[in-house]
Design a protein around this ligand. Sequence first.
Ligand code: ZN
Length: 440
Amino acid sequence: MPDTPAAPKPVSANTTARKQAEDVLADIEASPSPYHCVTRAAELLTAAGFEAVAREARLPTAAGGYFTIHGGALVAWRLTDASTNGYCVVGAHTDSPNLRLRARPDVSSAGWSQVGVETYGGLLLNSWLDRDLGFAGRVTVRGSHGPAETLIREDRPVLRVPQLAIHLDREIRDKGLLLNPQQHLTPLWALGDAGEGDVLAYVADLADVSADAVLAWELMAFDTQPPAIVGRDEDLVASARIDNQLSCFAATRALADLDGARSSRIPVLALYDHEEVGSASSTGAAGGFLANLLERISAAKGVDRVGHLEALASSIVVSADGAHATHPNYADKHEPNHHIDVNGGVVIKRNANQRYATDAESEGFMRQVCADADIPVQTYIHRNDLPCGSTIGPITAAELAVPTVDLGAPQLAMHSVREMAGVADIGFLTGALAGAWAAS
Ligand code: ZN
């Protein structure tokens, strides 16, 4: 050890990168559910002059930016008066693994009131223990003109899942922590037995309606600890939902700032829900939401069905989702020749078995974009002896038959309630997505 500690390094020297990271972290904090995520994205786009279009409305034909929302999904696009040649779609997903409130959530056990939950997606169960949890989502309420939707968000840390004390779990040292998702993940929220309708009454209060006006809900727990810039050199970020709201907001901000006049392909942003559970839903990548909208955009431009298929044949998709950085404590879990550094640049993901959609054509497009913008690129390949995850890329590629590149910012602790990524990588990803649209 040196006698005197080394002088601390200056805070993240690149103030632009830090500002980009702070903006995206503020977006993530504003988005405890997919519904809040698309609402935040809509706010950013509206501030940039985009107009909301109702899901069922005839699409506008005039030059301008537009978006439409469907549940936890959003598609935005930008029309110019110039003739266009296909679409450049940037896709990402709004959902993250979490705990979701059951329809009948009132649970009593051992003198406690608890809130029954379903596990959603491939969550790291242990990461939800001993966290101060709020809950948020959407509630459908009875309205004078039919059902209406309202977003709610309880920021008070009303839920908590305490871990069993080590003295009562003597096997934990030998066998590790074993959690049964049905038995061990039910949050506590009050002392005393639960009454039927307790959670409903609480939700109704948050929604500012009477309990009998609540028709349905999709509500989920979230970690109330705000995102932070961390690490000795303040060049890392820690936050919930880095996978994949980091990509959602990097993409949304890139589109909001885009100079659309240069694009020959129509820039499109597709934020999907339900990636963490396989994407097969009306708002997921395997649904027809994007394909139908692209066809409607073509029609709004006066392009017939054949012209639309020709436009698709000239299109490209960039699928943005989190990438695994090499974990220093588990370096043996990674393919040794494809080391991934945090703050090392955008990660292009390849998989011979098509768990990622990247092919030589789409990778070439993206490498040229990044080279032209001076953005470093890394290449992720999964080990052969571990099953590889997947993302919306292959699903979108199959749905549209369009060359697709899977890429993302490197991160650690994917699917933890609190994940980690790099400050500089947020700027690199934003620049790469903006570059893809601008180069198209
Ligand atoms: Zn993801």
